[in-house]
Design a protein around this ligand. Structure first.
Ligand code: GDP
Length: 366
């Protein structure tokens, strides 16, 4: 076809013949987004071989809220359970800015140098995350994230704390089956999540800072009571004396607490995550704790108690979900709420009526 623009009158303007479209913009794109559909047995085989890609994909299934994913995930977990349990699980908490990521980077590198394999998980759902502090985010643990023996997984981003905590606990099982012999579970030391972490770890480490006025202010007594070790970070430069003073104050405060069930006396140490000072001492403390509690049977007893706790948690979660998602209940809730607000019915009676309706519905009477 002759293009009129190519006429002498339009000299200087040349229109070329068009070219056919390329078949796909990026032939690799499709390949990359395609998720492998393994069978549960294939997932388990991959995990047991320590295949990180397969482990990550299985964790994604655990985190998924889709029923079919959950079914596969539960099967994988069941099959991995016999190979799990072989790690030291450490909970790490501290307020934002306490230096958790810096410290985890330092602790992690210390462990890897000793030949360990480390998984770093987090428990706080994203809604609870403070800005700029995405727990478990790889960019926060620069050294560690480049190591092949470290598996860093950010917190599942959706769901209630209970739901996220359960997923984290299930992820521990898979990581252990994949050969990780050290597991960190990180949490922001400001909310309810400490109790959840405490219920899935062997050792609970509380990171504190010195030089913030009254050292004990703002620390929930409950969190301190859970700690097996309190470590004062940023003991470097001008801050060393202040850190030592804070450590002394914490030691005094701990004396006032009742003895722990394990018989272990919680220790207080100072260190610098940033300058890598005092890290080996922290690990000596944790090793001491593990040998001590393995020796007196507390280590295994606590793990069994935790399994029991999670069984009940699981029952509670399931019951609550089934109740609130029951169509009969969904239809009744708003009206009942209004009646309670109008003083037409007591809270207890309203609850009883709905629970009766729920049970009747389950047994097919309604
Ligand atoms: P997170 O919010 O608890 O994870 O805390 P980060 O690890 O992100 O640390 C918060 C800030 O404290 C950063 O600017 C770190 O560089 C700094 N920091 C962390 N550890 C130390 C330390 O041991 N010494 C000093 N001087 N600064 C530190």
């Amino acid at each position: 076809m002759k293009h009129p623009e190519n006429d002498e009158a339009y000299k200087g303007l040349k229109v070329n013949k068009g070219v056919a479209d390329v078949p796909t913009v990026n032939p690799y794109l499709k390949k990359r987004t395609q998720r492998q559909n393994y069978s549960p047995a294939e997932y388990v085989e991959g995990i047991l071989k320590g295949n990180i890609t397969i482990l990550s994909q299985a964790v994604t299934l655990i985190e998924s809220s889709r029923m079919e994913h959950q079914q596969v995930a539960q099967e994988i977990i069941e099959k991995c359970l016999p190979y799990a349990g072989n790690s030291v699980r450490i909970g790490i908490t501290g307020v934002p800015g306490a230096g958790k990521s810096t410290s985890i980077d330092a602790f992690g590198m210390h462990l890897l140098q000793q030949g360990h394999k480390l998984a770093v998980l987090a428990i706080d759902p994203s809604s609870e995350r403070s800005k700029g502090s995405i727990l478990g985010d790889k960019t926060r643990m620069e050294d560690l994230s480049r190591q092949k023996n470290a598996f860093i997984r950010p917190s599942p981003s959706a769901g209630s704390l209970g739901g996220v905590a359960r997923k984290t606990r299930e992820t521990i099982v898979l990581c252990e089956a994949a050969g990780f012999d050290s597991v960190f579970v990180e949490t922001v030391g400001v909310g309810q999540s400490e109790t959840a972490v405490h219920s899935m770890v062997d050792f609970f480490l509380l990171i504190q800072l010195a030089g913030t006025g009254d050292e004990l202010q703002g620390i929930k007594r409950g969190i301190m009571e859970m700690a097996d070790g309190i470590i004062i970070n940023k003991a470097d430069g001008d801050n060393i004396d202040k850190a030592k003073l804070a450590a002394a104050q914490f030691r005094n405060a701990l004396h006032l607490f009742p003895a722990t069930d394990s018989g272990w006396v919680p220790k207080v140490l100072t260190y610098s995550g940033y300058y890598n000072l005092g890290i080996a001492e922290i690990w000596e403390m944790i090793d001491d704790y593990v040998s001590y509690t393995r020796g007196n049977g507390y280590f295994d007893w606590k793990r069994k108690e935790q399994s029991k706790y999670w069984m009940y948690e699981s029952i509670n979660d399931t019951l609550r979900d089934t109740f609130y998602h029951n169509p009969v209940i969904e239809g009744m809730l708003k009206t009942a709420e209004q009646k309670v607000l109008n003083n037409e019915i007591s809270s207890f009676m309203a609850a009883k009526q709905m629970i009766d309706a729920f049970l009747n519905n389950l047994s097919g009477k309604a």
